[in-house]
Structures are given as structure tokens and as C-alpha cells.
Design a binder for this molecule. Structure first.
Ligand SMILES: [Fe+2]
Length: 387
């Protein structure tokens, strides 16, 4: 891709087929059917089962004349072994379509299972960019949180249980065939998950907007996501307002389309090793790091600040300094409203591990699209300020 005057002039923008609307989870059966499925492997977790959404999916598949198998061995920060077990099970049962239902963990596990079932080997064999050579089985992903973006993204994040790190698999091959969002599923999501996954969506949108691989197409989606979050987050959390919750689902989708195509930055480069080492909730870590990373990036993104300030609901006269201070205050205020933790120390991160975390972040693929280059010392300063 070429770049001139801050805008990439050669780029592509990829998204799966997207189905969005309240009450549409029951369409998953027709989706799997038209993808040629006969025996569908549904990956989800206990929380979704208790909320009744797994039954909705299984019922929809059976109503479409398909066999349905339910696999629930998925934890937050899904493990390589869970993915390997799932792929074995998929093959043993002779399944032919994978459906992932849940947050990023269930959907990334579904991607990993589809990957190993078709390409063999271990998750570690595919860590990094574009290392997948065979097509995956048809994949339908149904998000039930308002963060992650995995349902439209070219990423899967799986934890390596030996090295205690998160592996990033990046390939257009892991993007699903169909992303199906039913915002009704947010109504059973506990408040803390609404808050932390919305913080993840905000991080996706801001990092995608600041990325050196951002384009006018990704910017449209990133700013739309910020706008939806800034107008709807408080009402969604405090009043559980249905329209506001639906807007958070939209925000997650827009942010996902943006970051899948423009990639991310320092927030995620740091969040991955922290999650790998401490098994922390991804959205919580991002909520803590985002304000500090925005402050770090400000000198490198001055021309984009007025538009981001607009996304956050503020008009500026185009002065980057004014926009910078508006953005920092507005993001702080928004994250404060989510009630998400504000310090790494509160997540059990040990201070003496910060140098190792900074070192590991330098090797994360997300660092490559940061608008401001960072040395280990810069990353360590960000971690210390966030501690
Ligand atoms: Fe994220």
C-alpha cells in the first residue's frame, strides 16, 4: 500500500456479509443452511447457555433441518488446548459449519477450531500474519457483547498456555462468512461486561482512527463508533435503555470494521501481553491504557484531532491543542462513566513485571501501526503512568 500526504492511496477494505437487527438470532439456522451445513458445531459458553441464547441458536438450526452440536469448553482468554480439543471434536463428529456465539473469547475459539480442523497442526503454527494456506469451513459469528469486533475481523487471539502469552493470528481467512448481530442479546449481558466491552470498542475505534494504515473508509466507521459510544454509553449502562444498548452493538460493529482494516496500536500491543501473563479482562486493561496512549500519540495525530473531538460530541475551531484537551477530558469522562478500573495495580499486575510487559509489547503486531513510534522506555512510561 502506498501513502502520500497522510492518506493511503492504495488500499482494500474487507468485511464479511453482515446481518444486524433485533430478534434475528433465530436466523442462524438459515445462514448455516445456505452455507451448505448439515451438522453444525456451535461454540459458546456457560453464560450464554444460562441466558437462553444457546437454545435459540440450537433451536434455529434444528428448525432449518440441521443437526446441531454444542461445544462449551471455552474460557475468557481462550486457551490453545481448548481450541485443539474443539477441533478434534469437530472432526470426530463430522461437522461441516462452525457457529461462534458469545464475546471475543467464544468467537476467537470458534475461529481457532475452524482453523485447526481444516489446516491441522497447532495454533502456534499460525501465529503472525498470513500463515494460513487452506480455506476454513464456513463460519458464522454472532456477537453477544458490545466490544471485540471479532465477528467482522481478520484476527483471532488465543492464549499460549506454555509461554503465557496471547498469540495473534492475522489472516483474511479467519474472517467469518457471516457476522450476525442481534442486539437483544445485550439485554442479558451483566452491566460490568457492557462497560468493559464498550471500553474495548472505544479503544478499537480510537486506535483504528489513529493507525498509520487508516483510510477514509476506516475513518468513517471509527468516528461513527466513537459518536455512538459517546451518545449512548451512559444511557445503556445506567438505564439499560434498549435503544442505547442497540447503539452499543452498532458501535462495536463499526469499530470492528475499522480496526480489521486499519489495524490497531499501542493499547492493544500492551493489552495482549498483560492478558497473556495475568489472564485479565481485555476491556478492563484497555480502559486503563487508552487515556495514556492517546496522550502519548497526540503529537503524531494533530491533523485528526478535530474530527475525533467531533465524534466525541464537541465542536472545535480546528486548533489541535484545544481538540487534544477536549478529547482527553471526554475520553476520561466516558471511561469514568463505565465504572471500569482505572489503574493496572487494581488488576493484580505486579509493578516489577512492567519492564517485561513493555519488552513483549514491542513484539506484538499491533505496535506496527502506531502513529507514534515507541521504544521500550516509552512503553514502560505509559505502563507506569497507568499503574
Ligand atoms: Fe480489543
Amino acid at each position: 500500500m502506498g501513502q502520500s500526504g497522510g492518506e493511503l492511496h492504495h488500499y482494500k477494505f474487507e468485511v464479511p456479509e453482515i446481518i444486524f437487527g433485533r430478534g434475528l438470532l433465530g436466523r442462524v439456522g438459515s445462514c448455516a443452511s445456505r452455507l451448505g451445513g448439515r451438522r453444525v458445531f456451535v461454540v459458546s459458553d456457560a453464560g450464554l447457555f444460562e441466558a437462553g441464547w444457546v437454545d435459540t441458536v440450537l433451536g434455529s438450526l434444528r428448525d432449518s433441518g440441521l443437526e446441531a452440536v454444542y461445544y462449551d469448553n471455552v474460557s475468557p482468554n481462550p486457551r490453545d488446548r481448548q481450541v485443539e480439543d474443539g477441533a478434534r471434536e469437530y472432526l470426530r463428529l463430522g461437522a461441516d459449519v462452525v457457529v461462534g456465539l458469545g464475546g471475543g473469547s467464544a468467537m476467537d475459539a470458534a475461529k481457532g477450531i475452524a482453523l485447526l480442523a481444516s489446516n491441522g497442526g497447532r495454533v502456534q503454527d499460525y501465529e503472525g500474519s498470513n500463515r494460513i494456506h487452506k480455506p476454513l469451513p464456513p463460519l458464522v459469528l454472532c456477537p453477544t457483547t458490545c466490544g471485540t469486533g471479532s465477528d467482522v475481523s481478520q484476527f483471532a487471539i488465543i492464549t499460549d498456555t506454555v509461554r503465557h502469552c496471547k498469540m495473534t493470528i492475522m489472516s483474511r481467512t479467519v474472517a467469518p462468512d457471516i457476522s450476525l448481530t442481534d442486539p437483544d442479546t445485550l439485554e442479558t449481558l451483566p452491566e460490568e461486561f457492557v462497560c468493559t466491552t464498550a471500553a474495548d470498542a472505544l479503544s478499537h475505534a480510537v486506535e483504528a482512527f489513529f493507525s498509520i494504515a487508516a483510510t477514509s473508509l476506516t475513518d468513517v466507521h471509527a468516528v461513527k463508533a466513537v459518536r455512538l459510544l459517546s451518545t449512548s454509553l451512559v444511557a445503556a449502562v445506567r438505564a439499560r435503555d434498549a435503544k442505547a444498548l442497540e447503539n452499543l452493538s452498532r458501535a462495536s460493529l463499526h469499530a470492528g470494521m475499522a480496526f480489521s482494516n486499519s489495524l490497531l496500536g499501542i493499547v492493544h500491543a500492551l493489552a495482549h501481553p498483560i492478558g497473556g501473563l495475568y489472564d485479565t479482562a481485555h476491556g478492563c486493561v484497555n480502559a486503563i491504557l487508552l487515556p495514556e496512549v492517546i496522550r502519548y500519540n497526540l503529537p503524531a495525530v494533530e491533523d485528526k484531532l478535530p474530527e475525533l473531538a467531533w465524534g466525541l460530541g464537541h465542536r472545535t475551531d480546528g486548533d489541535p491543542d484545544e481538540a487534544a484537551s477536549i478529547i482527553c477530558d471526554a475520553v476520561d469522562e466516558l471511561l469514568e462513566a463505565t465504572g471500569a478500573p482505572r489503574h493496572l495495580s487494581s488488576l493484580g499486575v505486579a509493578r516489577d513485571s512492567l519492564p517485561e510487559l513493555a519488552e513483549r509489547a514491542l513484539n506484538d503486531a499491533c505496535i506496527l501501526t502506531s502513529p507514534r513510534k515507541a521504544a521500550v522506555s516509552d512503553l514502560l512510561s505509559i505502563l507506569e503512568r497507568a499503574y
